[in-house]
Design a protein around this ligand. Structure first.
Ligand code: SF4
Length: 171
């Protein structure tokens, strides 16, 4: 399986989730948030294709990491590839964070019909949801760009079919 990426892995990030993280920059986003930091990641034909198995092998060989972060772009535009990566990372004891411009409410609704999306959200530990809103830009919300974005316990939200925020990060 292939995944379309916007760039190489970022290693040892401390700003894309808790702990030391390896960040995967997916290519392709349809949210068009004004003042997006990564406009070059929007084009669904941009970036480059990478073999998921190769990518997992590269991740496995990184020395210092607590987990991986799926970012972009919007990773949820490439559900099957991200699911394979998330499952692999859990198999080697790495936790998985994921950023998306979709709201959890919209994703829960889609899960009624999209089994692969449900499975991916069950394999994500922490989901940072919602588009970036310039008027709500804040430096006081850890790991987010604007105060409307939420840090969500993805598995629990799927299990309980409602948005379950991680309490310590709730605004
Ligand atoms: S969801 Fe993220 S990558 Fe997509 S437009 Fe919004 S800020 Fe940019």
């Amino acid at each position: 399986m292939k995944i379309r990426l916007a760039g190489e892995l970022t290693k040892e990030s401390i700003v894309d989730g808790e702990g030391i993280r390896t960040v995967i920059w997916t290519q392709g986003c349809r949210h068009n948030c004004p003042s997006c930091h990564n406009p070059s990641t929007h084009d669904f034909d941009g970036g480059f294709l990478r073999d998921v198995e190769d990518l997992c092998e590269e991740i496995k060989n990184i020395s210092f990491q607590d987990g991986i972060t799926l970012s972009g772009g919007d990773p949820l535009e490439q559900i099957d590839a991200c699911l394979e990566i998330a499952k692999f990372c859990h198999s080697i004891d790495l936790n998985v964070w994921c950023y998306t411009g979709y709201t959890m409410e919209a994703l829960l609704k889609r899960c009624e019909k999209e089994e692969n999306l449900r499975e991916l959200l069950e394999n994500i530990d922490v989901l940072v949801d919602s588009p970036f809103i310039l008027e709500l830009k804040s430096y006081n919300v850890p790991f987010r760009g604007s105060s409307n974005q939420r840090i969500i316990d993805s598995k629990k939200s799927i299990k309980e079919n409602k948005v379950c925020e991680v309490l310590k990060y709730k605004n």
